[in-house]
Ligand binder design. Structure first.
Ligand code: CFM
Ligand code: HCA
Length: 534
C-alpha cells in the first residue's frame, strides 16, 4: 500500500502532493496506542475535482430538506433552489391530512437587479406569498452565496415577518455556499438555528413509554420508516427524528424525550450535547446499519431504561427479525464471501456500511469521508485536540446553559457514573480507522483522479459513492452502488434493510456485465491525456 500512496501522489505538483499526503493514510490505527493523525475538514485544493458539496447543500438540502411542513425558501438565483429540489430522496409520510411542502421548490429567483439593488424586499414578498398561500407553521430562509456577498439581512427580514404574522415561526440561516469548507458547516448552521428557534416550543407533556429522539437519521430510501417500525414493535416511543420524516411539531416537542440516540454523529453530535446541557437528556451513539448493529443498539436502549419488560420485548423482536436475516445471509453470503469493497461517502456512511459488508464476509480495502472531521476517523476522544482554524471559526458556536424551568436530569450523576463503571458508554463514538484494520487505505476528501486510480490499481468487487462518481467507476468495469440515494432502492437500515442490502450487493458483485464494458478511451486511446507538471 505504501507504493499506492506514492503512486497516487506522484502525479501531483509538489505543493499539492504535500497536502494530499496528510489526507491519504495507510492505516495503522488498529491496536495502536498513538494512532496516526489524518488531516480533515480543511479546504479542498482549487482545481481538484472534489466529491464535496457546499454549505448551503448541507443546511438546506440535508438537515432542513426532509421536514415536510416547513416552507423552505432559497434566497438566491434559481439554480441553488432547483438543484436542491428533491434530490436527496428522503421520504416523508404526512398522513391523510398532514401538510407536505417537500414536493415544491420555493425560491426568490434573484435577478441581476436584485444583486445590484438588494434582495430584501423580494425576500419579504416571497415570505408573504408563502404565508398567504399555505399558512405553514414555519418558514425557513436560506442564504446562497450572492446573498452573503451583497449583505441582505435575511435575519432582520425573517424577524419582521414573524412578528407581523404572529402565528408562523420565520427564521433564517446564513448558510452561504462558501461559508465553510463543505456541507458539514451547513449542518452546524442548520442545527444551531433549529435548536435556538424551534426545539422546546411545545410545553405539553408527551404520552408514551420509553421516550426517545433519534438524531441524525434522514429517512433516505425509507430507512427511518424501517427504524420506526422496529421501535414500535419494541414499544419504544420516538418523539422526534432529526430530521427524516419529521414535522415542525416533532422538533418543538423533542425536549420531552428521556434519551437521545445519535445515528449520524457527523451531522448532529453537538445537538445531543446542547440538549443534555439545556434539558438534562443523556445521549449515546447508535447504529441501525447492519442487523448486528441494529440489535446491539436496541439492547443498549433496553439497558438504559433498565425495564425488564422492555428488555424482554427487545430480545423477542431481535430473535424474530434475525430469522429472516439469517435466511437471507445463507442465500447471499456464499456469493459475496471474500469479495472486496471501497466506500467513499459524506460523513458517516463510509463507516456504518462497513458493518453490512462484514456481515456479507466482504473486506473493505479503502474508505473515506467527503467532509468528516478527525473524530469521525480517529474517535471522539480527539475532539479536545482539534485546533480551530479561520474556516471553522466562521461557524457560530452557540452558548447553551441549563434551562431554569425545563432542565431535568433524566439520570442523576451517580446513576450515570454507576452505569459507566459497569462499561456503559455515553457521549462517545469510535472512529472508522480502528475498525478498518491496518494496511487499509483511508482517504479524506477523495477526488475524481484518486477514485479512478484506486479502481485501476485494486479492481474492487464493488465501489460505493455518489452520483458524480457513479458512471466513471462503471466505465472502469467495476460495479457501483450509490450509498447516498441507494440508486433509488432501499431501505438499507434495520433488519429488513439489511436483507435488502444483501440482495442488492449480491446482484452487483455476482454480475459479470461490468467486466464487459469498454470505455471510450479504451477503444480510442487518443482520448487519454497525460498531465505533465513543469
Ligand atoms: Fe450523515 Fe447523511 Fe452522511 Fe450527511 Fe450527506 Fe446523506 Fe451522506 Mo449524502 S447526514 S454525513 S451530509 S449520513 S446527504 S443522509 S448520504 S453525504 S454519508
Ligand atoms: C449533498 C447531498 C448528497 C449528494 C449525493 C451524491 C446526497 O451532499 O448535497 O453525490 O450522490 O446524499 O444526496 O450527499
Amino acid at each position: 500500500p505504501t507504493d499506492v500512496k506514492e503512486d497516487i501522489l506522484s502525479k501531483y505538483p509538489p505543493k499539492v502532493a504535500r497536502k494530499r499526503a496528510k489526507q491519504i493514510m495507510i492505516n495503522e490505527a488498529t491496536g495502536s496506542d498513538s494512532p496516526p493523525e489524518i488531516l480533515a475538514n480543511v479546504r479542498t485544493i482549487p482545481g481538484i475535482i472534489t466529491m464535496r458539496g457546499c454549505t448551503y447543500a448541507g443546511c438546506k438540502g440535508v438537515i432542513m430538506g426532509p421536514t415536510r411542513d416547513i416552507v423552505n425558501i432559497t434566497h438566491g438565483p434559481i439554480g441553488c433552489g432547483f438543484y436542491s429540489w428533491l434530490t436527496r430522496r428522503n421520504q416523508t409520510d404526512p398522513g391523510p391530512d398532514g401538510a407536505n411542502y417537500m414536493p415544491y421548490c420555493f425560491s426568490t429567483d434573484m435577478q441581476d437587479q436584485d444583486i445590484i439593488f438588494g434582495g430584501e424586499k423580494k425576500l419579504a414578498a416571497a415570505i408573504q406569498e408563502a404565508y398567504d398561500l399555505l399558512h405553514p407553521k414555519g418558514i425557513c430562509v436560506f442564504a446562497t452565496c450572492p446573498v452573503g456577498l451583497i449583505g441582505d439581512d435575511i435575519h432582520a427580514v425573517s424577524r419582521k415577518m414573524k412578528e407581523k404574522f404572529g402565528d408562523c415561526n420565520v427564521f433564517a440561516f446564513s448558510c452561504e455556499g462558501y461559508k465553510g469548507v463543505s456541507q458539514s458547516a451547513g449542518h452546524h448552521i442548520a442545527n444551531n438555528q433549529v435548536f435556538t428557534h424551534l426545539v422546546g416550543e411545545e410545553q405539553k407533556e408527551q404520552d408514551g413509554e420509553f421516550k426517545i429522539n433519534l438524531l441524525g437519521e434522514y429517512n433516505i430510501g425509507g430507512d427511518g420508516f424501517e427504524i420506526d417500525r422496529i421501535f414500535k414493535k419494541c414499544g419504544i416511543t420516538c418523539l422526534s427524528t432529526f430530521s427524516g420524516n419529521s414535522s415542525y411539531d416533532q422538533f418543538a416537542r423533542a425536549h420531552h424525550a428521556d434519551l437521545n440516540l445519535v445515528m449520524c454523529h457527523r451531522s448532529i453530535n453537538y445537538v445531543a450535547d446542547m440538549m443534555e446541557t439545556k434539558y438534562g437528556i443523556p445521549w449515546f451513539k447508535v447504529n441501525f446499519i447492519s442487523a448486528k448493529s441494529a440489535a446491539k443498539s436496541l439492547r443498549k436502549i433496553g439497558e438504559y431504561f433498565g425495564n425488564q419488560k422492555l428488555i424482554d420485548r427487545i430480545e423477542e423482536v431481535i430473535a424474530e427479525e434475525m430469522k429472516d436475516v439469517e435466511a437471507a445471509l445463507a442465500a447471499h453470503k456464499p456469493h459475496t464471501q471474500g469479495k472486496t469493497a471501497m466506500l467513499f461517502v459524506g460523513g458517516s456512511r463510509a463507516h456504518h456500511y462497513q458493518d453490512l459488508f462484514t456481515e456479507l464476509g466482504m473486506k473493505t480495502l479503502s474508505a473515506g469521508y467527503e467532509f468528516a472531521h478527525r473524530d469521525d476517523y480517529e474517535g471522539r476522544r480527539v475532539i479536545p485536540e482539534l485546533v480551530p482554524d479561520a474556516d471553522s471559526r466562521n461557524i457560530e458556536e452557540i452558548e447553551v446553559s441549563a434551562d431554569p424551568e425545563l432542565y431535568n436530569p433524566r439520570k442523576s450523576p451517580e446513576q450515570i457514573k454507576a452505569m459507566e463503571d459497569s462499561g456503559f458508554e455515553f457521549k462517545d463514538y469510535d472512529g472508522m480507522n480502528e475498525q478498518m484494520g491496518n494496511g487499509t487505505i483511508v482517504i479524506d476528501d477523495l477526488n475524481q483522479y484518486e477514485a479512478e486510480k484506486l479502481v485501476e490499481l485494486y479492481k474492487p468487487d464493488i465501489f460505493c459513492a455518489g452520483i458524480k462518481e457513479k458512471y466513471s467507476i462503471q466505465k472502469n468495469g467495476v460495479p457501483m452502488l450509490q450509498l447516498h440515494s441507494y440508486d433509488y432502492g432501499g431501505p438499507f437500515a434495520g433488519f429488513k434493510g439489511a436483507i435488502n442490502f444483501y440482495k442488492t450487493v449480491d446482484r452487483l458483485v455476482s454480475s459479470k456485465v461490468w467486466s464487459y464494458t469498454e470505455a471510450p478511451w479504451q477503444k480510442s486511446p487518443e482520448l487519454t491525456g497525460t498531465f505533465v507538471w513543469e
